[in-house]
Design a protein around this ligand. Structure first.
Ligand code: FAD
Length: 414
């Protein structure tokens, strides 16, 4: 079987790239070992983060580092056994978290963030699911006035430099917006522009249906079978090999598996995260996602219930699940929102694909003709999948790109 392009990975990133390539006249086969949007793109918090400009940097304050090093804060959890494995990537992550490097990463995110919602809206409209877009913004909640004041200062800088909008609320203002919030909340910051989705996996599947409607094909296969072929590249499939001149690696946290088979090393690491759904107690409800800043977790109204999503866990990608962060933040969540019993039999585990400079790789894989990268979207792959898919498709088809792709080049760690 042949096509112009094979896209490896049917998460939000790969599906979106596939659609953008189809729209530019390319024939595309999307390959995954499971169904569309069933991994990380399924279980996330579902926020299209139009404010996604200031990346999650490695902490540099001694006090915070000391707290994290002993797993003393619920937003981060380390497996000490994985430290030697993680050390090279984390050292680079720490080096890239200096203020000037974070500013450079923010500049790289700005053109992506400014178009991320428009690109989602275009796909959602075309797929007939624009009703899934909840235009409520999201709310960051604070338990300490000093933390709220510091966040207001940081947000004011982001507003002045990048135009990111925010609204400050006192405790009464929070309750006016979300009447069921209770407990020790001193105030909040509303990010008014982000949009949230009540079932991120369903949005991914709706985009996959659009991909098929536009003439794309989906196949089951193992991306690790990627090999050179006379016409370009091939992938093994139960019905025989699939061949194409161009291949896009959009495998999220698994992208390095395939690059490794081609002799290419990238310092990809994962920040794992968990979710659990809860039934609301009584008539409790939320109108929008909330982030409890002191626990680094979110509560989001979803089709399945209130979804609690955790911060970052640093360990081997495939280590057994250790949902200690869920156990730590569940009592905090119950303090601020009336929650009843759990909905899921087991916690869900997802893997954020991260690069040490916090910027995704988008573009040609240097030295491997016909191989393209679209991965490393870290905390924002659900947000940025459609816009980075557009950028990649513009590069692949020789169109003028909407932004300079230089910051996302694939050889920047070589
Ligand atoms: C708890 C949590 C909350 C988050 N909240 C948000 C949020 O609110 N907003 C946001 O923008 N982002 C959020 N993220 C991040 C976001 O979910 C990810 O960045 C995004 O889903 C990555 O998409 P992807 O398509 O690159 O990867 P995935 O969705 O993981 O897709 C990768 C695909 O590759 C396939 N694959 C892997 N190996 C192989 C193989 N060998 N052969 C064939 N197929 C293979 C997998 O089956 C999978 O379908 C969150 C993440 C977590 C963990």
């Amino acid at each position: 079987m042949k096509a112009d392009c094979i896209v490896l990975g049917a998460g939000m990133v790969g599906i979106s790239a596939g659609i953008h390539l189809l729209k530019r006249g390319r024939s595309v086969i999307l390959v995954d070992r499971r169904g569309a949007a069933e991994e990380t793109s399924y279980g996330n918090t579902g926020i299209i983060q139009t404010e996604a400009i200031m990346p999650y940097a490695f902490p540099r304050q001694l006090k915070k580092l000391m707290t994290y090093s002993v797993n003393g804060a619920p937003e981060a959890n380390w497996h000490y056994s994985a430290l030697a494995h993680l050390a090279p990537s984390l050292y680079q992550y720490w080096r890239n978290s200096s203020p000037d490097k974070v500013a450079a990463a923010s500049r790289a995110f700005r053109p992506l963030a400014s178009l991320c919602l428009a690109e989602h809206e275009a796909l959602a409209n075309h797929a007939g699911v624009d009703g899934m877009m909840r235009r409520t913004g999201y709310l960051r909640l604070f338990r300490e006035q000093s933390a709220l004041d510091a966040a207001i200062q940081t947000d004011a800088k982001l507003r002045d430099t990048f135009g990111v909008k925010f609204e400050t609320l006192d405790a009464a203002g929070v309750r006016a917006l979300e009447p069921h919030i209770e407990g020790p909340i001193v105030g909040g910051i509303l990010m008014p522009e982000p949009v949230s989705i009540g079932d991120p996996g369903r949005l991914g599947k709706a985009y996959a249906a659009l991909f098929l409607k536009l003439g794309g094909r989906m196949m089951t296969g193992d991306a690790r079978t990627l090999a050179r072929s006379p016409g370009g590249w091939s992938i093994g499939n139960v019905d025989g090999p699939i061949e194409a001149r161009d291949v896009v690696i959009a495998l999220g946290a698994w992208s390095d598996d395939v690059l490794g088979t081609q002799g290419i090393k990238v310092p990809l690491f994962v920040k794992r995260g968990y979710h659990m759904h809860f039934k609301p107690r009584g008539n409790a409800s939320l109108a929008r996602p909330i982030l409890d800043v002191s626990g680094g977790y979110c509560l989001t109204p979803m089709t399945k219930g209130i979804r609690l999503t955790t911060g970052a866990e640093f360990t081997w990608r495939d280590a057994e699940p250790t949902p200690v962060q869920l156990r730590k933040v569940e009592p905090m969540a119950r303090e601020i929102l009336p929650l009843a019993e759990k909905v899921d039999p087991e916690p869900w585990l997802g893997r954020r694909p991260c690069l040490p400079d916090m910027v995704p790789m988008i573009g040609p894989v240097v030295g491997k003709k016909g191989l393209w990268a679209d991965f490393g979207h870290q905390h924002w792959g659900f947000t940025l999948g459609p816009v980075t898919g557009r950028l990649l498709a513009e590069m692949m088809t020789g169109e003028a790109t909407f932004t300079d792709p230089f910051p996302y080049r694939t050889d920047r760690f070589s």
